[in-house]
Design a protein around this ligand. Structure first.
Ligand code: SF4
Length: 449
C-alpha cells in the first residue's frame, strides 16, 4: 500500500522563492553532505561538483537554486534556516572562495556549478547531480537527486526514510475518501485528522498545524507591510503594501480586493526569499493562506477551525493531486501548482463554511476545472511574473468555486477524480516549453529590460 501523504508533507515551513528549485535542492544538498559524511569521505573531500539538469538548469539561477545548494551543503534546512543568510550564501562563497560541506571547509569556484537545461534526466526534469572529489581528483561519491515538486526529493539510489505507520483510513481517490466519510459518518477533516494522529500523534500534529497557520498569517502581515523592489534584474516593484494602504482608506466592501492583497503579500515574501509555508508549492504559496485569512477576517471563522478543519481538508484534497497527477510546475505546468492550490483552498473553505462532503468535493473540482491547461512560463525564470498576480486571481477563483458549490446540493457531472486525471493527461501532453523552463509563453514574449 503506498504511503499516506500527510498534511505535514504538503504544508512545510520553508523559504522562497521555489519549492522545487529552492527548498528541494537545499534538502538534496544536505542529503548529499550527510551521505559523504556517512561514507567516511568528509575529511578527504576537496571539491564538490554540482550539475543542474532540465528545468533546474534552465531557471535555477532565477529561483535561487545556487544559494539553496550552498546553504544545504553546509547543513542548513529550509525549516530552520535564516532566509537572509540563504539569500547571500552564493555571493559569500564567491567572495570568500570557500564553502562548507557540513563543517568541513573546501575551496569554492563558480565553475563547481554547471547548468544543463537541455538535458532532461529520465526520472524527472528537475535533476541534480553532486560529485565529491579528493585533492587528487579521485571521485569519492556521486549521487543524483530529483526535486519533484513541493519540496519533495527523490534519488536514483534508495533514500532512507522512516517507515510510516499504517493509517486507519487509507484512500487513493476522492470517491474512496467520500465513501469512507459516509461509512464512518465523519467529515473529510475528521478522517484526515485520524490518519494524521496515527502518523504523528495528537500533540505533534496540533503543534505543527498551529505553527503552519501562524507562519501563513505572518507571511501575509509582513508582505502587507513591506515596500520595495523584488530581487532580480526584472526589478519588479512590490505592491501589496500599497494595496493595503488604499484598501484601509476605503469605505466600500473591499473584501475581495483584500483577498487578492493577502495572496500578493505572501507571494512577494516568497519572491524575496523570505519565510513562507510551501502550500503545496512555493510558486502557489499565496492561495491557501489568503483564502484562510479572508475566512478569518470576513466569514467569522476562527483560527482553530482554520488550523485544523481548513488545513486538513485542503491537505486531503492535495494528497490526491500529489498521488494521482502532480503538484510540480516542471511536470504538469502551472495547473499542477496554482491549480492544485486553488482546488485545495476551495475544498478547505467549503468545509469551514459548513459544506457537505459532496459540496466540498464539488468546490475542489470547480476550482481545478477552470485552471486546466494553465502553463508555467515565469519571465526571466523568476517566481514573480505571472506567479504573484496569478495567486491573487486563483484565490478569487477558489472563493467563487465555493460560492457556486454551496448554492448547489453537491450533485454534479464532472467529478474531482476526473479533473485530477484530466490535469495529469494535460500535463503529459503539454510542451516542455511551458513546464518551468522559461522557453515559451510570457517568458519569451515579455521584453526584459
Ligand atoms: S508560472 Fe505557476 S508553476 Fe510556474 S513558477 Fe509561476 S507559479 Fe510556479
Amino acid at each position: 500500500m503506498p504511503d499516506y501523504i500527510s498534511a505535514l508533507d504538503l504544508f512545510t515551513i520553508g523559504i522562497g522563492p521555489s519549492s522545487s528549485h529552492t527548498v528541494g535542492p537545499m534538502r538534496a544538498a544536505l542529503l548529499f553532505a550527510e551521505a559523504v559524511k556517512a561514507n567516511g569521505q568528509l575529511p578527504h573531500t576537496a571539491q564538490i561538483e554540482v550539475k543542474l539538469f532540465g528545468s533546474l538548469g534552465a531557471t535555477g539561477p532565477g529561483h535561487g537554486t545556487s544559494n539553496a545548494i550552498v546553504a544545504g551543503l553546509s547543513g542548513v534546512t529550509p525549516e530552520e534556516c535564516d532566509p537572509n543568510d540563504v539569500l547571500t550564501a552564493w555571493d559569500k562563497a564567491v567572495t570568500a572562495k570557500k564553502w562548507f560541506v557540513l563543517n568541513h571547509e573546501i575551496v569554492f569556484s563558480e565553475s563547481n556549478f554547471s547548468y544543463q537545461p537541455l538535458i532532461r534526466l529520465p526520472k524527472h526534469s528537475n535533476g541534480l547531480r553532486f560529485t565529491a572529489h579528493s585533492a587528487t581528483n579521485e571521485k569519492l561519491l556521486e549521487q543524483t537527486y530529483y526535486s519533484v515538486g513541493g519540496g519533495f526529493v527523490e534519488a536514483d539510489h534508495e533514500l532512507s526514510r522512516p517507515v510510516r505507520e499504517e493509517v486507519p483510513f487509507h484512500f487513493e481517490s476522492a470517491v474512496e475518501l467520500l465513501e469512507i466519510c459516509t461509512r464512518e459518518s465523519k467529515s473529510i477533516a475528521e478522517i484526515a485528522h485520524a490518519n494524521e494522529v496515527a502518523l504523528h500523534g495528537e500533540i505533534k500534529l496540533n503543534k505543527q498545524l498551529e505553527a503552519i497557520w501562524v507562519t501563513m498569517q505572518s507571511s501575509i502581515e509582513k508582505g502587507l507591510a513591506t515596500k520595495g523592489v523584488l530581487p532580480g534584474y526584472l526589478a519588479v516593484t512590490r505592491r501589496a503594501a500599497d494595496m493595503a494602504e488604499q484598501l484601509s482608506d476605503s469605505n466600500e466592501d473591499v473584501s475581495n480586493e483584500w483577498l487578492q492583497a493577502y495572496a500578493i503579500a505572501v507571494n512577494e515574501q516568497n519572491a524575496a526569499g523570505q519565510r513562507i509555508v510551501t502550500a503545496p508549492t512555493n510558486g502557489a504559496a499565496g492561495i491557501i493562506p489568503a483564502v484562510a485569512y479572508y475566512a478569518l477576517k470576513y466569514k467569522n471563522i476562527d483560527s482553530k477551525a482554520i488550523a485544523h478543519d481548513y488545513l486538513l481538508t485542503a491537505a486531503a484534497i492535495g494528497s490526491l493531486y500529489k498521488r494521482n497527477a502532480s503538484i510540480s510546475g516542471a511536470e504538469a505546468g502551472c495547473q499542477g501548482e496554482v491549480g492544485s492550490a486553488c482546488s485545495m483552498a476551495a475544498g478547505g473553505l467549503a468545509a469551514i463554511m459548513g459544506g457537505t462532503i459532496q459540496q466540498i468535493e464539488n468546490a475542489a473540482e470547480i476550482a481545478m476545472e477552470h485552471n486546466l491547461g494553465l502553463t508555467c512560463d515565469p519571465v526571466g525564470g523568476f517566481v514573480q511574473m505571472p506567479c504573484i498576480e496569478r495567486n491573487a486571481i486563483a484565490a478569487g477563483t477558489a472563493v467563487s468555486a465555493v460560492r457556486l458549490a454551496l448554492l448547489g446540493d453537491g450533485n454534479h457531472k464532472i467529478s474531482l477524480d476526473t479533473v485530477i486525471e484530466t490535469m495529469r493527461q494535460t500535463g503529459v501532453d503539454m510542451s516542455s516549453k511551458y513546464k518551468e523552463t522559461s522557453l515559451g509563453g510570457l517568458a519569451v514574449n515579455v521584453v526584459e529590460c
